[in-house]
Design a protein around this ligand. Sequence first.
Ligand code: SF4
Ligand code: SF4
Length: 109
Amino acid sequence: MAFAVTSACIRCKYMDCVEVCPVDCFYEGENMLVIHPDECIDCGVCEPECPAEAIVADNAEGAAEWLALNARLAPLWPNITEKGEPPSDADAWKGIPDKIDLLSERAAT
Ligand code: SF4
Ligand code: SF4
């Protein structure tokens, strides 16, 4: 069992989720975060904290796609444990559907 970050996070990257995760299982890409499914303890604390509603439980509709993406990218990206500065245009990207084509698979620097 695990939670996963969806494409709704892309270019929003508010990072409120990072602050509340008790096991520090978020990983940071250039314009999105993901959850390492093997480390997530399924507590659900992060889900309501996300302003972009970008975090879903693994039994949510369509979650399999996001779990697979999170599982693939988490080992490639650095761990993030503290909230940083969100992108200046994060609010403009909140709620925009179908952002997956905008995903950068580059790790955060
Ligand atoms: S709070 Fe939501 S939008 Fe922000 S980084 Fe976490 S998952 Fe992404
Ligand atoms: S469900 Fe809990 S353990 Fe999993 S990512 Fe969210 S806060 Fe972390």
